[in-house]
Design a protein around this ligand. Sequence first.
Ligand code: PLP
Length: 391
Amino acid sequence: MLEDQFLLDPTVVFLNHGSFGACPRPILELQTRLRQEMEAEPVQFLWRCYEDRLEPARAEVARFVGARPRDLVFVTNATTGVNAVLRSVKLRRGDELLTTNHDYNACHNVLVETARQAGARLITVQAPFPLRQPSETIEAVLNAVTPRTRLAMIDHVTSPTALVTPVAQLVRELAARGVDVLVDGAHAPGMLPLHVAKLGAAYYTGNLHKWVCAPKGAAFLWVREDKQKEMHPPVISHGHNTPRPGFTPFQDRFDWAGTADPTAWLCTAEAIRWLDRLYPGGWPAIRAANHRLAVDARRLLCQRLQLEPPCPESLLGAMATLPLPEPFQGQPRSGKIDADQLRLYDEHRIELPLLRFGSPERRYFRISAHLHNSLADYSFLAEALAGIAPG
Ligand SMILES: Cc1ncc(COP(=O)(O)O)c(C=O)c1O
């Protein structure tokens, strides 16, 4: 039973891998062992032998995402990766930054603040949802490019709408118009095959604590070589003036962000290898199985609840966003956490994100599919949604 490999509460139907991931038992045990070593001799672990452990992890992550180790650094999460990039880019008054209305609120805020401080303009493209084909997204983004557009933030997998963006094509088209791209790939590693260096983007950040199932606090930032000189971490530390033989200045600056627990980073290589060994066919088969489950789950929910799928199956990874049934629409907002989301949890033990999107606003829910899920989980959800009176 694959779900036994995770610590997830067996009394909860956990359909929200997408938000914070879930880490398998053996990887958490490895993290505990590493923490014990760290506490047994902190100076040896964090200072003298730090790079001996960091480098193998960096090499494995770089191989996994299709990049050179020298172009990749660990960060705590994708939010930090986005902050590093946007706070490093030199903008002039009147420059334009581009994003879409499908972006992640925390990262949107970084754009807002960066634009405000530089006297730049943030253009938020209203990309369609529902949509019939990916060209609708590409067209919407490209139509918003002007001679002043400096940088576009493109989500590889959108958070509220769970769409896989055709990033390779979009990056090509934007580059042809002189626009640098920061890919927010928070959900991509482990969900989609990645060849980060081949995409042609200037910057790519991705989480390892979501679909790769590493412990929380593990993510990477990849920066194209020609952009590394100007790249600074949000936290300036020793690496600023302390070069290490064999490391690039980019790596020097990012590898140490002050005293912190680096064990999540140090577990990433084993998380990649352990899941690869666990599942017959390894990562390509894991990605295919999770995609298949998301597609089957969406079909089941659409059929049972008479829902119209808002995008073709070809735009799904291992998540899907669907409109809530009609009786749920038009209900007013209810504080930080949606009242119906709370009821699903309190009354049915279902962990499921509910969200609002678009104008006019519609209410949606997002399902996730990873190895600890099965089709029965979504059948249980269909029954619960059919049974509760909203509001
Ligand atoms: C598209 C996107 N970007 C960024 C993030 C932020 O991830 P983190 O909280 O790990 O920084 C998320 C989280 O779900 C996301 O979906």
